[in-house]
Design a protein around this ligand. Sequence first.
Ligand SMILES: [Fe+2]
Ligand SMILES: [Fe+2]
Length: 327
Amino acid sequence: MAELLPFDMFDLSRGADEARRYAKLDNIYHRGQAQAWNGKELLDELWTRHGGSGIAPGQRDAASRVLGQIMWGELAAWKIAAQLADELEDLEARMAATSQAHDEARHFYVMHDYLERAVGTFPRSVARASEGLLGAALHANTIEKKLLGMQLQIESMALTIFHALRESKVCPVLTDLLRYYERDEARHVGLGMQLLPQRMRRFSVLERVEFTAYSFKVAAWSIGTLKQSEDDLRTLGIEPRRMAELGKSKQMLVFNELFSIVPDQRSAASARVGNVLDMFAELLWPQAADDPAVTARLRRALVTLRDGYGMVETQLDPDEPARMPEA
Ligand SMILES: [Fe+2]
Ligand SMILES: [Fe+2]
């Protein structure tokens, strides 16, 4: 019979490498506590400071759909963080996941309160692609897939939407509020980054293939989510092309760091499939200045298939300077 509780949890010896990683996880919890903000007070304060929301009546439906997806995504993140807090055995990992669950609860209710105030309502469902994306994370059948899908891929996508919404200046309350979200989400990416490499090292070949296939499924749903929201994003002052570039760049910052820890897990095949996804993004969202002729678009798509997507300087934590990811 399984033991009631992991009573030996303080007796396990750790190598220096592992000890460093666990110190970082411990730090995620304590920083989460130090940086925790009061959602009700902050929203009231920003609302008063800016004299209400900047969302124009013609933007309300688009804001409701885009931010509604974020709101329900926060609930999914909350559930997954709670699952991780239960499933992860190591003390520091469990603490970091618990702190994330606390953050996501705040993200969820604050986005709900913001929508009620700025738009007057919120959607009771999400579009098909968002459902596929969130379902892939919620129903992932291993901890590794959950860490990859939610902590690394969906979190960096959320960081991208927050960054783009902040940049669009569609609403000054949102611009200020989302900085707080981004700071929290950057810590959550950190949780995945500390836990995943050591688990990836233990993969069999079959597990690695399944894991890679899973990562492409999540990436394909992400592109689908962006495609389904493109009109709404434009209404809110965001160019989908900018989102795709920012998203790719933030994702690459994450993968640069991940593969610097586990270089042997990087595969040429996965890089090529990544370029296939980039090619779809290139076909969907060409640059405004590019030649719109079909042959020119196809040529650019083929170049993207060979070289991958163009990247831009960015960061995960809004307090850090922007930098260029490595291709
Ligand atoms: Fe969140
Ligand atoms: Fe998060």
